[in-house]
Design a protein around this ligand. Structure first.
Ligand SMILES: Cc1ncc(COP(=O)(O)O)c(C=O)c1O
Length: 437
């Protein structure tokens, strides 16, 4: 291994050799050189508590011994063949996914990323229905390809290019900023009904498919009401359209009580895509569907790296680890503790914390004043200060004002206490700075 550079030296080389669009979350980013469990270490040996898990990816903790061992064994045995040759790890992963997926989802196509999985799911749905149009939700994020970034309804993540065709957007279930000015007491699921309005007014009336994240991740952990997806699915069925649950962030146990986030809404999708946490940081993505919906997918498709033995063997080890270490239950219990802690903090800082939402360890904390004005700069400052205090917290949302807490599923209540203490200190400092202006 090469000797680590100081963060200043690395920054200089980065600016010289990496395209400028690759921006880091921090003004002054650490040079992370090591990870262990829920901790990261920089080149000086300083420890950081990782409450963001990469971007919601290190599901079982950094360099988990069992998972790493399986990766190394596979690296030493067989690294690559591509999908035109038959290998065991890909098939065993697909078999395991069929066991844990809801309903009749039992056929898998393995890719290298969430973007590719979403691309494949849309392609499959278009081929299955013979239709073209796609519905997505406001504030969504679905990836980086031309199609996936057109499906992304957040200007921060859309390049200024000609969009892909045939995509319409419906209102999202953003209860804190309800697009219909309803409150939980008066909620009549107008946002779900908007899917029908969009079908009637922005499509031919025959859309192929709708894609949605069960909880919007990059959008800021926007968590729909319990009956939202049931209502949406009913509308889609009425118009003969299929449904893709984008589980890239919510999948493999993150939301606590189920393997996949959509299951907590009592809906079985027609397609489910996943990536990120599935292989704990190795490149992988997958789309799952039903045997019926693959009947017309007979034409050969290939993927050079998709389903490679290293990523798929690792993913199997990740799923086994989640089961063996009961990490879904941990996500449920520690996630509940985290939400409680954040709600206590909200009581102390009602002018700063507007909303706390999420499920399991997929949690968002939206910073806004009493009039719901987004506290965007304050959020960036709090995230930067918390990093300087040794705690990594994510941020996101359309306005960049939502703290995203999505750590490895193995964190403890003590880790939550550490994060809350740092957050309290930095909110206090930020509020004071604001008051002194
Ligand atoms: C919900 C969702 N879908 C798709 C993607 C794209 O995944 P990838 O970056 O692996 O291409 C992301 C990435 O953040 C995501 O959050």
């Amino acid at each position: 291994m090469t000797a680590p550079l100081s963060r200043e030296e690395l920054k200089k080389k980065r600016d010289q050799f990496i395209v400028p669009g690759v921006k880091h979350m921090f003004q002054d980013p650490p040079n992370f050189v090591k990870g262990k469990g829920q901790y990261l270490f920089d080149e000086t040996g300083r420890e950081y508590l990782d409450m963001f898990a990469g971007i919601v990816t290190v599901s079982v903790g950094h360099c988990h011994p069992k998972v790493t061992q399986r990766t190394v064994e596979q690296v030493n045995t067989l690294q690559h063949t591509s999908t035109i040759f038959m290998t065991q790890p890909m098939v065993e992963l697909a078999e395991k996914l069929a066991e844990i997926a809801p309903g009749d989802l039992s056929k898998t196509f393995v890719t290298n990323s969430g973007t590719e999985a979403n691309e494949a799911a849309i392609r499959f749905a278009r081929l299955a229905t013979g239709r073209h149009e796609v519905i997505a939700l406001n504030h969504s994020y679905h990836g980086e390809s031309h199609l996936a970034c057109t499906l992304t309804a957040n200007h921060n993540w859309r390049p200024d290019l000609m969009p892909a065709s045939g995509i319409a957007f419906a209102a999202n279930a953003y209860c804190y900023r309800c697009p219909y000015s309803k409150t939980p007491d008066s909620c009549s699921l107008e946002c779900a009904k908007d899917v029908e309005r969009v079908i009637q007014t922005q499509t031919s009336g025959k859309p192929a498919v709708m894609i949605a994240e069960p909880i919007q991740g990059v959008g800021g952990a926007i968590t729909p009401p319990d009956d939202y997806f049931k209502e949406v699915k009913k509308i889609l069925e009425k118009y003969g359209a299929l449904f893709i649950a984008d589980e890239v962030q919510t999948g493999v146990g993150r939301t606590g009580q189920h393997w996949f986030g959509i299951s907590s809404y009592g809906v079985v999708p027609d397609y489910m895509t996943m990536a990120k946490g599935l292989a704990n940081g190795l490149p992988i993505g997958a789309v799952m569907t039903t045997p019926k919906l693959t009947e017309n997918l007979q034409k050969q498709q290939i993927n050079t790296f998709g389903g490679n033995p290293i990523s798929t063997a690792t993913a199997l080890a990740v799923l086994e680890t989640i089961e063996e270490e009961k990490l879904m239950n941990n996500a449920h219990v520690v996630g509940g503790y985290l939400m409680e802690g954040l709600r206590d903090l909200q009581k102390q800082f009602p002018d700063v914390i507007g909303d706390v939402r999420g499920k399991g360890l997929m949690v968002g904390c939206e910073l806004a004043d009493k009039k719901k004005n987004p506290l965007t700069q304050e959020t960036a400052r709090i995230v930067e200060m918390s990093k300087d205090d040794g705690v990594i917290i994510g941020k996101g949302g359309l306005y960049g004002n939502t703290l995203r807490v999505k750590p490895p599923l193995s964190i403890t209540k003590e880790n939550v206490d550490t994060m809350l203490k740092v957050l309290r200190k930095n909110i206090e400092a930020t509020v004071k700075v604001g008051a002194a202006k």
